[in-house]
Write a protein that binds this ligand. Structure first.
Ligand SMILES: [Zn+2]
Ligand SMILES: [Zn+2]
Length: 431
């Protein structure tokens, strides 16, 4: 009898049990694309950060972020890891266990004593996501900072949305090491049928990566144009260009000479220190990604399409590239009592290709980025105010915009820093 009525229900399309109706937090049709704020480079106590991952996730969620990739050095936050309480407190110069317990309670926090050492369990991402993930609002992503080296120089590549650890792949030089690590991230994605993202971190850290090498490592589609860690030397020095200049050289070489795809610029925190505002603290660099869905797959698709910008404080109300008129236009979402200027930067197709190596005091070429002509990454147009647009003439290899505010970031990473936003190169797709 029950069987026949169930068959009848299925045949007639009616449902015999109470239908709860659609959940209102799960979109039923395609929602409009919107901007999601996120950071793809963060450390916790799982490696050399000084805070529990739940505390880190909560910091980002409470500061308006929509997604966060936790990217500890050469480790995924999976399984179990027990760390010494004393060592964790020493690293943070604070009683991090007491704060962790005060926030999440004795029931959540797991401690034990092993061989006379008090230990605390670091929770894996799966457990933490249960506390923080919220449809369309906040998403935690598994990341890893693959901490490789060549010739004793640090070469770090971040992976996002992986589920197996990628060990450092090594390489005889920077190009080989970047390529092998990025290939390993891509290969895992193909093998497991998931979207993964690989990015080249802080090229000026240890001055390990010069523009020529990054241009040749064409598997690299993302590089940190801004990293909030003060020791990553984003501004360069007398011998090494700032990373923003390096970025323009890379894209000029790729588009003008190598016939390769350009590299996009990310802003990240590389946060390690959550207990005070010194050193690599959070909230300095992030990306705004335009996507319909807050899922790793949708975010990675938008990143691959260049539909994002990096920021150290500036928010855009509008960012459009109209293909028909070949016009890039944007509008700043202003802060009070703040002035803005907008620059369109690019390299003309017929740029002066002259370059000269940087020489040591003995006159030998150094393994650093050569000096390029002022045609490379030149300012094509500049304006004051909240809106600007640039119509491409067709004579540019690429064009990008950078917005600079008169106001410093809330927690600057270097003296005299100003809030900025960096959009991605456009205009190169015609070839
Ligand atoms: Zn690093
Ligand atoms: Zn890092």
């Amino acid at each position: 009898m029950v069987f026949t009525s169930l068959v009848w229900c299925l045949l007639s399309g009616s449902v015999a049990w109470a239908d709860p109706g659609p959940r209102d937090d799960v979109p039923t049709g395609p929602p409009p694309a919107r901007w999601f704020k996120g950071n793809l480079h963060t450390h916790t106590l799982w490696s050399d950060g000084n805070e529990f991952p739940e505390m880190v996730a909560e910091w980002y969620r409470d500061h308006g972020y929509n997604f966060l990739a936790i990217s500890d050095h050469d480790i995924l936050i999976q399984g179990s890891k027990w760390v010494s309480v004393e060592e964790s407190n020493r690293r943070a110069r604070a009683d991090v266990l007491a704060r962790y317990k005060a926030r999440f309670g004795e029931d959540w926090v797991e401690t034990r004593e092993l061989d006379g050492v008090e230990q605390v369990r670091l929770k894996p991402l799966g457990e933490i996501r249960a506390l923080f993930d919220e449809v369309g609002k906040f998403l935690l992503i598994q990341g890893e900072e693959i901490t490789d080296q060549f010739e004793r120089k640090p070469l770090h590549v971040n992976a996002a949305n992986i589920i197996e650890r990628v060990p450092p792949q090594g390489g005889r030089n920077a190009v080989e090491a970047m390529t092998k690590n990025l290939d390993a991230i891509g290969a895992q994605g193909r093998r497991l049928g998931r979207a993964t993202l690989g990015m080249v971190n802080h090229p000026n850290f240890g001055y390990a990566i010069n523009a020529e090498d990054l241009a040749l490592a064409t598997k690299g589609r993302f590089v940190e144009v801004y990293n909030g860690h003060p020791l990553t030397r984003g501004r360069g020095d007398g011998t090494h260009p700032p990373v923003e200049r390096l970025w323009d050289i890379v894209n000029t070489l790729r588009l003008g000479e190598l016939k390769a795809l350009p590299i996009y610029g990310l802003a990240t925190d590389d946060a390690h220190n959550y207990t005070d505002r010194r050193g690599p603290s959070p909230g300095r660099g992030w990306i705004m990604v335009r996507s319909r869905y807050l899922t790793p797959e949708a975010l990675i698709r938008a990143l691959n399409a260049g539909d994002f910008y990096g920021s150290s404080g500036v928010t855009l109300k509008r960012l459009d590239f109209d293909r028909a008129s070949q016009t890039l236009s944007l509008e700043v979402d202003p802060l009070p009592e703040t002035d803005y200027h907008i620059e369109f930067i690019g390299t003309p197709r017929d740029y002066d290709r002259s370059r000269r190596p940087v020489l040591s005091s003995e006159g030998r070429p150094l393994p650093v980025t050569s000096r390029y002509s002022s045609d490379v990454g030149q300012v094509l147009a500049r304006s004051e105010g909240l809106t600007a647009s640039y119509q491409l003439t067709g004579d540019e290899l690429y064009v990008r915009a950078v917005v600079t505010a008169s106001r410093p970031p809330e927690n600057p990473s270097y003296p005299a820093q100003r809030q900025q936003a960096w959009t991605q190169p456009i205009g190169w797709e015609r070839d």
